[in-house]
Structures are given as C-alpha cells and as structure tokens.
Ligand binder design. Sequence first.
Ligand code: ATP
Length: 361
Amino acid sequence: MSKTFNIAVFSGDGIGPEITPPCLEILNLACEKAGGINLVFEDLPAGAALYRDTGESFPESSQKAAKEADAILLSCMGLPAVRYPDGTEVSPQIDLRMQLGLYAGVRPVRLVPGLKLPLASEKAKDIDLVLIRESTEGLFASHGKGTVENDSIAKDTMVITRDVSERLFDFAFKLATHRKKNGSEGRVTCVDKANVFQSLAFFRKVFDEQAKLNPEIIADHSYVDAMALNLVRHPWAFDVMVTENMFGDILSDLGAALMGGMGMAPSADIGDNHAVFQPCHGSAPDIVGEGKANPTAMFLSAAMMLDWLAQTHDIDACSTAAQYIRDAVDSAFAPGDLIPFELGGNAGTEAITQAIIKQLK
Ligand code: ATP
C-alpha cells in the first residue's frame, strides 16, 4: 500500500513560481520511480507580492495548512521594493521558523561534479560539510523588535537560550554520528565569538556540556572571523559546524559560493515536529522572467525533504527517492556541458530541469 504525504507548498516571490513547478515534477517522478509513496501538494499563498496586493503577507489559513502538513516546501519569499512600515522586508519564511520552532537550519555544502568552482585546489572536490545555523533566536530574535531612539541610537538584541541551544547541539552531534557511520570524520565545530560576547560565551559553554555527552565525536571551536578565512582556505577540513543565527546566515552564503552559486545550495529548517525545505537563495528579482534561474538548489532541498520524511516515518522508499534526485543532479552536471547562467554558462531553468528529468527517467 502506498503511503501518502501532504506537502504544503509556498511558491512565493520572484523566481519562486518559476522553479516550483519543475521541482514538483521532479519530486513526482522520483517518488513514482521509488514506488510506495505518494505526495499530495497544496499550494499556499504567502509572501511579499501577496502583501503588496492584499495587505496580508501570511494568511491565517496558510499558517494553519502549513502546520498541519507532513512537510513544507518553500521556494523563496521577499521583494526588496515591498516592505513593512518599519522598513523591514516581508519574510514569512522567518516567521515560520519562529512559529514552528525550526531551530536547526541545515545547510549542506557538497559539490556537484562537472561544475567550474571558485576554488582552484584539487582538494575542493572533497568538500562535504554541513553548516547548522540556529534559526529561531540569536540576533534574529530581534526581528521585528529592534528599536531606534530619537533618530540617534538603534538597538537589536542577541538572545541565546539554554533550551534551544541544547536541542541544537544535540541535533548537530546526532548528525555527526550519522555521517561518521557513512565515512565522515565525526567532528562538530562550534562557531562563535565567545571572546567578545557574553551570549556567545554561554553558547559555547552549553556546546561543551553537550560535547561531553558525545565522547565518540570530536568537538572543537572556531571564532566566526577565523572560520570565514578557513572556509575559503581549506573547507574540505570541516565536517559539521554549528553556529548562531546571524553568523549562520552569512556563512551559508559563503558555503553556497563554494558550491558554485546560490542556485546550487539547498537547505532545511528542522524542529522537533515540523520542517521547512527551501533553497538558500532569495527571490532573485534581478533575473525574474528571464528563464535564467537555476532550480537545482530547490531540487536538492526537495531531496532533503524526502530524507527527513524517511527518517521521521521510517520509510525507506523516501530515502531511495531522495537519492534518485541527487544522483540525477550529479549525472546531469557531471559531463561539464550543463553550465548554469550564474556560473557563466547558458543553461536556464528549462534546460537544467530537462537534463535532470532525462537522468531520472
Ligand atoms: P535574501 O536576502 O532574500 O536571501 P539575497 O540578498 O541573498 O536574498 P538572492 O535573491 O539570493 O539575494 O540573490 C543573490 C544573487 O544570486 C542575485 O544576483 C541573484 O540573481 C542570484 N541568484 C539567487 N538565486 C539564484 C538562482 N536560483 N539561480 C540563479 N541565480 C540566482
């Protein structure tokens, strides 16, 4: 008997509506090929364009449907020209992280073969790390709550809680343990600025406590500035990294660059009961309507969704379907002649989708 999963889909803003339909097609093909799973998609309205047109960015009905779904697939939201009265961008994806307690932002940095990459070293092909970005507090706890007093002083506050940090580090050590079984080093690096900020010294203290509970995994630390340097110098040396929300926001773009561009970088935001899967990139308004958007990051995010469904429901067919997507992406790019626009080539949404579908079939 086939297992049905209800997937809440936000096609969002900018290039979102261009990359979402191909992603659903790829998901359907992979699930059909794996057999035994059936995905039912519900397209839900939210985002900056909706706010511009209706004054509402994240309708109650969409929030409810997302909460009830088995998983949430999101493309990208936000448009630079559409802002709330306080000047901040419309970003329901950040609201979702807070509302559903999606504390573990998982940002894998794994290279797809065949692409010309920014790092010249031969070792660059061995890059395979996962950055875990705390996604509900840190500096983003101030989202919508910052203050400007008398047009002379502005304040945003960093918040680190023991409860979320413990669950975050537990997630990171479990992931490192899982990866170690598949040949990774078994290391978690805490990225912070514990030498300057009380909040991040506390973050490190809780990390060290969790490290003691996981003696089979190597635990070490790096200041975020040193990590920016080392992620360019020798990114192949890292396994799992865990960091505060704002630092993770910045380092995950660096990770995307290592992979060749925003269009290659998948992500997941995972909590105890819910998860959202979306590419690392934003709505890329500069290329909307040109057919140049690279949909690969969204396809790889969809594969992460299938892996998470496999783990949480103990259904092997889901991880088989996830692997079909990753293999199809790798085989499509491996010959080296499928070069996305963002990497200086001329392969757009349609060409990349068709090349990957061909491999899937
Ligand atoms: P946000 O703040 O919403 O995350 P951002 O400032 O990171 O957005 P993006 O929208 O991610 O900006 O775009 C950054 C650059 O990367 C832009 O030049 C954009 O065209 C490019 N880009 C982003 N996503 C893709 C994609 N899927 N395919 C091709 N180019 C992309």
